[in-house]
Design a protein around this ligand. Sequence first.
Ligand code: SF4
Ligand code: SF4
Length: 200
Amino acid sequence: MDKATHLRNYAIYLKFVQGELDKLFDKQKEYLCCDKGCGKCCKGGQFHYSEIEMMYLLTGYMKLDSEKQALIDERIKKILEDKKNFKGETFKYDCPFLIDEACCVYEYRGVICRSFGLMIQDPTGKINVPFCAYEGLSYSKVLDTETNEIDEEKVKQGNYKEKPLGFNAGYNYLTSEEYSKGFDVEFKNKKPMIEWYMVE
Ligand code: SF4
Ligand code: SF4
């Protein structure tokens, strides 16, 4: 498949995913704190991207003004240097596309950036709450931080309209062959965003 066709297919798939995620976010809006200006989940992470997601993200980068591009280039260079000197197990960094606490390539961001914030139910049935629940943000009002589970009592007392739910909307599922069937998009290799900038 040529690159242009692949990007076109991906854009169609992304529109579909966004529509589905919007419904889930809407269902859980009483519990969410994802206001503009909260860039916490764009910091200190790995941000897994596949090649097609990265290509699309770079389409957004190409539309930025040269000042922003230069800032991002500089940040990427610095992150790569830090990575080279890093001795621990999991290298984490702030996303270079976060400028003034907002994503400067918002329309082009990848799937992980779109699904983050929801509670995710993994294939074993375990429900994972977003890290920010422990920092007074999404789901924090109904979370029992000792058991790491939703506190039904707090939900009852809060008079919420909807239940707090865990969805099968994790990054790996949304970018699986099963989920993306029919869109003709190849995700293949997924790795931390910064690794796409590493010269082999
Ligand atoms: S998921 Fe959490 S950290 Fe991210 S924008 Fe929403 S409230 Fe902020
Ligand atoms: S691409 Fe945008 S949404 Fe995704 S981590 Fe970076 S700044 Fe955040």
